[in-house]
Design a protein. Structure first.
Length: 151
């Protein structure tokens, strides 16, 4: 079993009739707007960002259903874990490919900079997760002060 690719998109749409997946707006960077300087000084800032982490997996062993444990971790620029998502997807018997989809609806960030979205998996009989993909995500902060406060 292997992870073919993993990426971050603004959203994903699955066609109900065909099962086809449409991936909308690849995400590499998020700009967060703040209206007050004190908001920038908070240790953890909750931002209303929505995105989807998609993974494509392949396995040639199609004789039976294959379950595995799947984890996505989001690490801040200091390499501290700020979020974790766990799932136990399964390849159906006779199927060689599988898509994993993780929807993120808001997240807490610590500082601006380069975040790392780490995709890991392990077989059900294994104890250690293996890193299979690392996706960079840059977070930028922008202070929007009104025109009135500048005068």
């Amino acid at each position: 079993m292997k992870n073919i690719w993993s990426a971050i998109f603004n959203r994903a749409i699955i066609d109900r009739k065909t099962g086809s997946l449409s991936l909308i707006d690849s995400m590499e960077e998020v700009t967060v707007n703040f209206s007050k300087p004190e908001e920038l000084n908070l240790e953890k800032k909750n931002i209303p960002v929505k995105f989807t982490i998609i993974g494509l997996w392949a396995d040639d062993n199609i004789n039976k259903k294959r379950e595995f444990d799947y984890m996505v971790e989001i690490l801040d620029p200091q390499n501290q874990k700020i979020s974790e998502f766990n799932n136990s997807p399964a390849f159906e018997e006779g199927k060689k490919r599988l898509r994993t989809i993780v929807d993120v609806n808001g997240m807490g960030v610590t500082t601006e900079g380069d975040y790392n979205v780490v995709v890991k998996f392990k077989q059900k009989d294994e104890s250690e997760y293996k890193i299979v993909s690392e996706i960079p995500l840059t977070i930028k902060f922008l202070l929007n002060t009104s025109v009135e406060s500048k005068q």
